[in-house]
Design a protein around this ligand. Structure first.
Ligand code: ADP
Ligand code: MG
Length: 415
C-alpha cells in the first residue's frame, strides 16, 4: 500500500497543562480542551464542542471554511475563559487533526494534496493548511499557535498508545476510512532521515486511496465513483466507509425500481436523488428487530417517500443492506489483516490492540460485528485471542492534544 507520510511521534513527555485540539474529519468538527496532569496521570480533564460543516462551505473557498472553523474555536475559547485562565506569557497551543491527504513538511506544516469525502475547495489544494488556519485564527482574534498537524489515524494511534503501549494499529471508519500503524524505523526503506530515538515510526497509510484489480467493484460502485467529486480516487474508501454505503444502497434500490418495478409502476422520485439515503438510516433499517420490520417501512417512507411496503419487500431491502454492509466490513477486515501480516502480528502471541474510531464503527453494530468476526476468522485460532479491538472515543482529538503537548514551545520551561 501507499505511504503518505512518516513521522516520529512517539516522543511522549510528561507534560502538564492545557492543550487544545481541532478535529476536522468530514461531517463534523470538534474543538477540544484537554488537561494533562503530568507523569502517570495522563488526561485529567477534557471538554469539547462539536459543530457540523455547512455543505456550502465544503465547496466554497479556503478562507470561508477556515474562517468558520476559527469562529467556532473563538467562541469555545471565549466560553472557557471564564473557567480557565491561560498563564500570562504563554500562548495557547493547538493540535490540528486534519483528516485529508497532506504532504507533511514538518510537525506543524503540511500541504493539502487533494480533498476527499465530499470536500472540493480548489484554492486550498497545494496550500499549507496550518498557514491557512493560523491566518483565520488571526482574523478572528484567537491567540493560538498550531503546535502539531496530524490526521485522525495518527491521533488515534498516539492517543491509544499513550494509554496502552500494546496499541500498534489505528483504524478510522467514519465518513471516510484510513489506517495507521507503528513500524520499526529500520523496516521502512522510504525513510532516509535520522532514525528516531524510539526506533519506531508511525505510518499513515492513506488506505482509503487503495485500489486493486482484486477489489470487487460492481457497476454500482463504478457509476458512483464516476459521478463523484473525486473520480478514480479513494476507491477502497468508497467501498467501506460511511459516506458511501447508503448511496450504494440507493443505487441498487433505484435499479430494482427501474428494472423490476420493485416499488410499483412508478419509480419513486426521491430514489433518484444522490446521497439522500444516508448510512445511519441504512444501519437503523439493518438493526430493525420488529417482526414486521417497522423501522424499514418507516425509513422508506420518511426518507424516500415510499409508502405501503409489504414485509416481504422490506425483507429484501434488509438483505441488500446486509450484502452491502458485509462486503464493506469484510474488505475493511482484509485491510486490517494485511497490516497485521506486515507487522508479523498475524502469527505472534503478543497482544496487539487495534485502536478503532469513527461514527460508522461506533454506531453500526452489524458492520462492526462482521468486521471483527472476519478478522478473527482470517487469523484463525493461532492468534485470534492476542488481537483485540478497542474503541478509542475521541482518540483523534486527544491524540492531537498529546502530540501538541509533546511539541510545545514551553517544554523547556520545566527543565
Ligand atoms: P468524521 O469521519 O467526519 O470524522 P465521524 O467519525 O463522526 O465523523 O463519522 C461520521 C460518519 O459515521 C457519518 O458520516 C456516517 O456515515 C457514520 N455514522 C454516524 N452515525 C451512524 C449510524 N448510526 N449508523 C451508521 N453509520 C453512522
Ligand atoms: Mg473523525
Amino acid at each position: 500500500m501507499w505511504m503518505e507520510s512518516l513521522q516520529d511521534l512517539f516522543f511522549f513527555i510528561d507534560e502538564e497543562g492545557v492543550f487544545y485540539a481541532l478535529d476536522l474529519g468530514g461531517t463534523n468538527f470538534r474543538v477540544l480542551r484537554v488537561e494533562l496532569g503530568g507523569k502517570d496521570r495522563g488526561v485529567v480533564h477534557q471538554e469539547f464542542a462539536e459543530a457540523s460543516i455547512p455543505p456550502a462551505l465544503m465547496s466554497g473557498s479556503s478562507d470561508a471554511l477556515f474562517d468558520y472553523i476559527a469562529e467556532k474555536l473563538a467562541s469555545f475559547v471565549n466560553d472557557e475563559e471564564r473557567i480557565y485562565e491561560q498563564p500570562a506569557g504563554k500562548e495557547r497551543e493547538l493540535g490540528f487533526t486534519f483528516s485529508f491527504p497532506v504532504m507533511q513538511n514538518s510537525i506543524n506544516s503540511g500541504t493539502l494534496i487533494r480533498w476527499t469525502k465530499g470536500f472540493s475547495i480548489d484554492d486550498a489544494v497545494g496550500q499549507d493548511v496550518v498557514v491557512e488556519i493560523t491566518k483565520a485564527l488571526k482574523r478572528k482574534g484567537v491567540d493560538m499557535r498550531v503546535a502539531a498537524l496530524i490526521n485522525d489515524t495518527i491521533g488515534t494511534l498516539a492517543g491509544g498508545r499513550h494509554s496502552d503501549p500494546d496499541v500498534s494499529v489505528a483504524v478510522i471508519l467514519g465518513t471516510g476510512s484510513n489506517a495507521a500503524y507503528v513500524e520499526r524505523a529500520q523496516a521502512i526503506p522510504k525513510w532516509h532521515g535520522p532514525l528516531p530515538k524510539s526506533g519506531e515510526m508511525a505510518i499513515n497509510m492513506e488506505w482509503g486511496n487503495f485500489r486493486s484489480s482484486h477489489l470487487p467493484l460492481t457497476e454500482y460502485d463504478s457509476a458512483m465513483d464516476a459521478e463523484s467529486l473525486n473520480p478514480g480516487e479513494q476507491i477502497f474508501e468508497k467501498l467501506i466507509s460511511g459516506m458511501y454505503l447508503g448511496e450504494i444502497l440507493r443505487r441498487v434500490l433505484l435499479r430494482l425500481a427501474e428494472e423490476a418495478c420493485f416499488f410499483g409502476d412508478e419509480i419513486p422520485a426521491k430514489l433518484r436523488s444522490p446521497f439522500i439515503l444516508r448510512t445511519p438510516e441504512m444501519s437503523a433499517m439493518h438493526h430493525d428487530t420488529s417482526p414486521d420490520l417497522k423501522v424499514v417501512g418507516d425509513k422508506l417512507k420518511s426518507v424516500l417517500e415510499i409508502s405501503h411496503t409489504s414485509v416481504k419487500k422490506r425483507r429484501v431491502v434488509v438483505e441488500l443492506i446486509n450484502i452491502i454492509s458485509s462486503r464493506g466490513a469484510r474488505l475493511a477486515a482484509a485491510g486490517i489483516l494485511g497490516v497485521l501480516k506486515k507487522l508479523g502480528k498475524d502469527v505472534s502471541k503478543e497482544k496487539t490492540i487495534i485502536a478503532m474510531d469513527g461514527g460508522l464503527y461506533e454506531h453500526y453494530t452489524e458492520y462492526r460485528k462482521c468486521l471483527e468476526s472476519t478478522v478473527f476468522d482470517l487469523l484463525g485460532d493461532a492468534t485470534g485471542t492476542s488481537v483485540v479491538f478497542e474503541h478509542y472515543v475521541d482518540g483523534s482529538g486527544i491524540g492531537a492534544a498529546l502530540i501538541a503537548a509533546s511539541h510545545s514551545l514551553y517544554l523547556d520551561d520545566k527543565f
